[in-house]
Write a protein that binds this ligand. Structure first.
Ligand code: ACO
Length: 327
C-alpha cells in the first residue's frame, strides 16, 4: 500500500550551466600576487578558476544556464512559473537578477526574486522552490545559482583571492505526482547563525558608491566550523529520511575546499568515486558550485536517473544546509 501511494514532489527535469571562457590558472595568479601553484593546490585542491569578462554579469550567466535547463526539460519559457536566483553578487541592488533573467528568457508568466545566503544560496533556493511546488503555488521553478566573485575579490589579500571563481548553474524543478520511491526532493534542512557573521562577509554593498565591497574571510575559523556543521547537516538529512550513509549514491558538496569536501566524505565513509569534486577546475563559485558539480557528475555518468544525491553547503552568515534529491 505504502509503495503504491503517490505524492507531490519537486522533480529535477532540466539542468544547465555556464562558465566564462577565460580560465585563470594558479600559475597566472602567481604572476599577479605572492602565491604559488603548490600552496594553492595543497591547501585547497584548486588548480584553476574561470573569471568573467565585462559582459558576463550574474544575470547574463544565469540566463544562459537557465535557458539550457529549460531546453533540456523541454519546457517552453512561457510555461515557467517562477525563477529563484541565489546570488551574493547581483549586478544591481534592484531590480533583481531574477527579473533580468526572466526578460532574457522571455518567460513573462514567471515571477522571480533573488535570494541571498552566500555559498548556501543554492540549497536555500532549492528549499524555497520545493515548498512552493509542494504547496501547489506554481508548477515549475527555475532555480539558478550565479556568481561573479571576481568582482568582489580583494587582490591584495592572497588568503582569499585565490579561492574563488565565476560561473552559473540552473535546475528546473517541476511538481510531479510520484511514488514514494520515485524521483524528486526528499528533504531540505536549512540553518543559520548570525553570531558568526564576522568570520565571512563583504565589507560593502551595491548601494555604496564609495565602497562596493570586498570579500573578507577568517579562513581558519570558517574551516573549523565547516567540518563540524556540515557533518551535522549530513547526519540530520540521513536521520530525517531513515537512511544510512550506504544509501547515498553520490555526495554533491558545495565546492569551497578539497579538504572540507574530503572531510565530510570521510565522515560518511564514502569512497572518493561517490564524492563529486570540481573545486580543482572551478574553485569556489559560491551559489553556483552545486549545480556546476551536479552537471559534472551527470556528464561523467555518476549522476543518473534513480540515483540518490546528498547536496550540502556552508557559507557566509554563517548559513548551511542540505538537500536530499533522487534523480
Ligand atoms: N599563497 C601563499 N601563501 C599564502 C596564501 C597564498 N594564496 N594565502 C595565505 N598564505 C600564507 C599566510 O600568509 C600564512 O603565512 P604565515 O604562516 O607566514 O603567516 C600561511 O599561508 C597560512 O595561512 P592560513 O590562512 O593560516 O592558511 P590555512 O591553512 O588556514 O589555509 C584557507 C587557508 C585555504 C583559506 C583555509 O583556511 C580554508 O579553506 N578555509 C575555509 C574557506 C571556506 O571554506 N570558505 C567557504 C565558504 S566561502 C563563502 O561562503 C563565500
Amino acid at each position: 500500500m505504502a509503495e503504491t501511494q503517490r505524492l507531490t514532489r519537486a522533480v529535477l527535469t532540466g539542468l544547465g550551466t555556464y562558465l566564462p571562457a577565460r580560465v585563470v590558472t594558479n600559475a597566472e595568479m602567481a604572476k599577479r600576487i605572492d602565491t604559488s601553484d603548490e600552496w594553492i593546490v595543497e591547501r585547497t585542491g584548486i588548480r584553476q578558476r574561470h573569471f568573467a569578462a565585462p559582459h558576463e554579469t550574474a544575470a547574463f550567466m544565469g540566463a544562459e544556464a537557465g535557458r539550457a535547463a529549460l531546453t533540456e526539460a523541454g519546457l517552453a519559457p512561457e510555461a515557467l512559473g517562477a525563477i529563484i536566483v541565489a546570488t551574493s553578487t547581483p549586478d544591481q541592488a534592484f531590480p533583481s537578477t531574477a527579473v533580468h533573467i526572466q526578460a532574457a528568457l522571455v518567460a513573462f508568466n514567471a515571477f522571480g526574486f533573488d535570494l541571498s545566503a552566500a555559498c548556501s544560496g543554492f540549497v536555500y533556493a532549492l528549499s524555497v522552490a520545493d515548498a512552493m511546488l509542494r504547496a501547489g503555488q506554481v508548477k515549475s521553478v527555475l532555480v539558478i545559482g550565479t556568481e561573479v566573485y571576481s568582482r568582489i575579490l580583494n587582490f591584495a589579500d592572497r588568503g582569499t583571492c585565490v579561492l574563488f571563481g565565476d560561473g552559473a548553474g540552473a535546475v528546473l524543478l517541476e511538481a510531479k505526482e510520484v511514488p514514494r520511491t520515485g524521483p524528486g526532493l526528499l528533504s531540505t534542512h536549512l540553518h543559520a547563525d548570525g553570531r558568526l557573521a564576522e568570520i565571512l562577509y563583504v565589507d560593502g554593498a551595491v548601494g555604496r558608491k564609495d565602497h562596493p565591497g570586498h570579500l573578507v574571510m577568517q579562513g581558519r575559523e570558517v574551516f573549523r566550523h565547516a567540518v563540524t556543521l556540515l557533518a551535522g547537516a549530513v547526519n540530520e538529512a540521513l536521520a530525517a529520511n531513515s537512511l544510512s550513509p550506504a544509501d547515498i549514491d553520490l555526495l554533491v558538496p558545495h565546492q569551497a575546499n578539497r579538504r572540507i569536501i574530503d572531510g565530510v566524505g570521510k565522515k560518511l565513509g564514502l569512497p572518493p568515486e561517490r564524492v563529486v569534486v570540481t573545486v580543482d577546475r572551478h574553485a569556489n563559485t559560491s551559489a553556483a558550485s552545486i549545480p556546476l558539480a551536479l552537471a559534472s557528475a551527470v556528464a561523467d555518468g555518476r549522476a543518473a536517473p534513480g540515483k540518490l544525491l546528498l547536496l550540502e553547503a556552508l557559507g557566509g552568515g554563517l548559513t548551511w544546509g542540505s538537500a536530499l534529491l533522487r534523480l
